[in-house]
Design a protein around this ligand. Structure first.
Ligand code: GMT
Length: 380
């Protein structure tokens, strides 16, 4: 198949899934065309069957807000037409589903029909999508997609609850590539970070409010009182400065390492003993899955789709949002006993294997075929 993938090229979960999916499809022999405003973060090296089309706009003094949607729609039309794509797969509804609808209509005028699949990732539904500034367009464009997927059962239900959508939504979970995310020996690295054998706790996110990074610090503070440990904070975003201030105020600077955006997250996970993800809302929790693939148990909230990934009492623990006391006790119960930690590590890996890219990617391929076969030429 010839597949167009539209996504955000950033380190965010939707961009990561879109890029890994595209690269996986290319390895399966499909021709994959990424259409984005920047080369996706995880699309580092040259790969056969992978093409990248950069969306470039035009700066004009009249534009206070450069019309990205228009530039993207035009690029979609161009790539579908000249690369002869069979399907367009857009990730994150805003604005991609609406822009794809526009591109589809333009192509239709020229007698060319291209089916569109929209994958809903999370905040496009739970947070941003329901904002009245976007909702009518989000609702309309999801309904007009030929196929819609959601990354968890929770997100599917949430979409149907919040929007009026008379379309079947297929759940296709997030996935992980075990060729990359697995426990590898990085002892020299571990020694550098925890020279006295301290436990290593990790958190990865885009440091947005919804991630509640302050709870990571609060939990760590309580764990640190009982168990010698270090905290690795991976990623960057609007909350980082506030969190750095918080660490300074409570005097934990020597124990907390702010690592910023990292390309080789798997190397950091490989030396970690525990992962914390105290999000207020999380449609799936790809970061938790990647940690589990590296045999790292997870302390999370029970928000959104997290219970579909992290199994309470087996792969880690789930707590109510903001319940840092319980998260800290659970963390201590795992980190304080080597045998318990090993059991949780084993369970985490076993659960992560359910989401192996080798099981999930064929689900997308089958869905593409189904949608292409069923696509009805849109008249309205
Ligand atoms: O908002 C974010 O954290 C980024 C967002 C994205 O779309 O880039 O992540 C969402 O998509 C991931 C991949 O499908 C999911 O694993 C994350 O749970 C989800 N984030 C939230 O729902 C907050």
């Amino acid at each position: 198949m010839k597949i167009g993938i539209v996504c955000y090229p950033t380190y965010g979960g939707s961009g990561v899934i879109a890029t890994e999916l595209g690269m996986g499809l290319a390895r399966h022999g499909h021709e994959v065309h990424f259409i984005t405003y920047r080369r996706p973060a995880r699309l580092a090296a040259f790969q056969e069957n992978v093409f990248y089309h950069e969306v470039t706009g035009e700066d004009y003094p009249l534009f206070e807000y450069p019309p990205y949607d228009t530039a993207l729609a035009s690029k979609m039309v161009e790539v579908v037409k000249y690369e002869n794509l069979d399907i367009l797969h857009v990730h994150y509804a805003i604005p991609h589903a609406a822009v794809a609808y526009m591109a589809k209509k333009i192509l239709l005028r020229e007698g060319r029909y291209v089916p569109v699949i929209t994958t809903l990732h999370g905040t496009d539904i739970t947070l941003v999508g329901t904002n009245p500034a976007f909702k009518p367009v989000v609702e309309f464009s999801i309904s007009k997609s030929d196929g819609v997927t959601a990354v968890s059962d929770f997100l599917k239900e949430e979409t149907l609850r919040k929007f009026h959508i008379d379309k079947d939504i297929r759940v296709i979970y997030n996935f992980v590539d075990f060729d990359r995310f697995r426990k590898i020996n990085k002892d020299h690295f571990k020694k550098a970070i925890a020279p006295n054998g301290e436990r290593i706790i990790a958190h990865t996110s885009n440091f947005r409010k919804v991630k509640r990074v302050e709870d990571v610090i609060k939990v760590f503070q309580k764990v640190y009182e009982k168990i010698p440990s270090k905290l690795l904070l991976i990623g960057d975003g609007p909350e980082r400065r506030r969190i750095e201030d918080m660490c300074r105020q409570i005097g934990l600077c020597d124990e907390v390492r702010f690592l910023g955006k990292q390309d080789a997250v798997e190397e950091l996970l490989a030396i970690s003993d525990l992962f914390i993800i105290p999000s207020e809302s999380e449609s799936f929790g790809l970061a938790a899955l990647e940690a589990m693939a590296c045999e790292v148990p997870v302390i999370s909230t029970d928000a959104g789709g997290l219970p579909e990934v992290n199994i309470h009492g087996q792969t880690g623990f789930l707590s109510k949002v903001g319940d840092v006391e319980s998260m800290a006790q659970q963390a201590i119960s795992i980190l304080g006993d080597e045998k318990v930690l090993q059991q949780f590590r084993h369970n985490a890996l076993e659960q992560a294997e359910r989401f192996d890219i080798r099981h999930i990617l064929p689900q997308y391929e089958a869905y593409y075929e189904e949608v292409i076969e069923k696509a009805v030429v849109m008249e309205d």
